[in-house]
Design a protein around this ligand. Structure first.
Ligand SMILES: NC(=[NH2+])NCCC[C@H](N)C(=O)O
Length: 401
């Protein structure tokens, strides 16, 4: 398994089917759990199944995080490791209730249900009988019902990490609300046979945030990284240093985007759709800052640069690249469609993408440019603020011939 480019023909991908975690969302928790709205689960699942069917029709192997975790949960030791790493990454880390939650998960929850239950969230109510006396936190349950929060953003598997060549960079999530998602990926990487032969680029977590939605491989040894609400300078510097030193990369282009909810990751405004073509939200172009990172005598050297198209061409190693603009020339349409993830398309091969059907103007622009747009429905899925790109973690792509 390896990924050397954002557009190489997709062979295998990791998804998560939206589940009861969405039904454990309540208005009070929306902001903290990084949602604006509550998707209607049965419809979100139908839409997600449509996405998976589209991928399978293209011959892509679709793996589901929850299925792989269920494979591991059969083994008592791995079950224990899964539970411990979830607790470590949660708010319960130093909570007196930790032991009771642990016992409930290991002694009461049937192993085959464990991954789904962890993702859905664990209520105080479910743990009550494992505690000796009612505690303050039991009494506050009506207002604050969860020991382990639901993970509603779990279906945005892209953010959990990124295959860079043959190995996986596991993200360091900026918000606590999403840290348990990556703990699952680490467990899979360590133990699941699917990942045999794939290593984490490094074991220890990075000091600060970097998320997969900000990582885009444009060529075998060249990355574009978003500097965004979720990915920090410090994390980019560490990643650059390590990947340069390992000989995995030659150059990195950093695109700084305004730190805003609507653009939480680079892939909400920019992605790659063909060997030499990119899709960008024009409302962002004026506000981008570009920085080039290279390895110079064992040190990462940064310099500011201008001209996105030229910088990308250099990175890809071609004379010129083409920037396609979302929203069909109308700033209002472009802003509306950006909010519905118009640029968050998933390239399944050079010049072939999966996109939400609702982004009509952007899809028309892509089609006119000769890009094949495979449309899926996503009116409930989009409420979580992500599209086909964020809903998929590519594990294997063919090299570009
Ligand atoms: N790569 C992406 N654009 N991911 C979208 C993530 C959306 C998710 N609700 C969050 O705020 O974290």
């Amino acid at each position: 398994m390896k990924v050397e480019s954002e557009v190489g023909r997709l062979q295998a991908v990791l998804l998560h089917r939206p589940g009861p975690e969405l039904e454990n969302l309540v208005p009070r928790d929306l902001e903290r759990l990084l949602f604006e709205e509550i998707p209607w689960l049965p419809q979100a699942r139908r839409e997600h199944a449509g996405f998976a069917r589209q991928l399978e029709a293209l011959g892509v192997h679709v793996y589901y995080v929850e299925d792989l975790l269920r494979d591991l949960a059969r083994d008592p030791e791995l079950r224990e490791e899964m539970v411990e790493s979830q607790l470590e990454a949660s708010r319960l880390r130093r909570d007196p209730a930790r032991a009771a939650v642990r016992r409930c998960l290991l002694e009461e929850v049937p192993p085959e249900e464990l991954p789904d239950r962890l993702i859905a969230g664990i209520t105080k109510e479910a743990v009550r009988r494992w505690k000796q006396t009612p505690s303050l936190s039991d009494l506050t349950a009506p207002l604050n019902p969860f020991y382990l929060d639901p993970l509603p953003s779990m279906y945005f598997t892209r953010d959990h990490g990124a295959m860079i060549g043959p190995n996986l960079l596991v993200s360091q999530m900026t918000h606590r609300a999403r840290r348990r998602e990556t703990a699952f990926l680490r467990t899979l990487l360590r133990h699941h046979p699917l990942f045999q032969g794939v290593k984490a680029w490094w074991e220890e977590p990075l000091p600060t945030g970097i998320e997969g939605g900000d990582i885009l491989a444009v060529a075998p040894s060249a990355l574009v990284l978003g500097l965004s609400e979720r990915t920090s300078e410090a994390a980019i510097e560490v990643v650059a240093e390590r990947l340069f030193a390992a000989g995995a990369l030659r150059e990195i282009l950093v695109l700084q985007i305004p730190s805003r909810r609507a653009f939480m990751h680079l892939d909400t405004v920019f992605t790659m759709v063909d060997r030499e073509r990119f899709l960008i939200y024009p409302g962002i172009e004026e506000r981008l800052r570009l920085f080039r990172l290279a390895f110079d005598d064992g040190r990462v050297r940064a310099e500011e640069t201008t001209d996105l198209a030229r910088s990308l061409a250099r990175l890809v190693g071609v004379d010129r690249v083409e920037l396609l603009r979302s929203g069909g020339d109308d700033p209002i349409t472009a802003a509306r469609e950006q909010w519905a993830d118009s640029t968050n398309v998933l390239a399944v091969a050079p010049g072939q993408v999966i996109a939400y059907d609702r982004n009509e103007a952007t899809n028309r622009t892509l089609q006119r440019a000769g890009i094949e747009v495979l449309e899926i429905e996503g009116s409930e899925l989009v409420r979580g603020r992500g599209g086909p790109r964020c809903m998929s973690l590519p594990l294997d792509r063919l090299p570009l011939g």
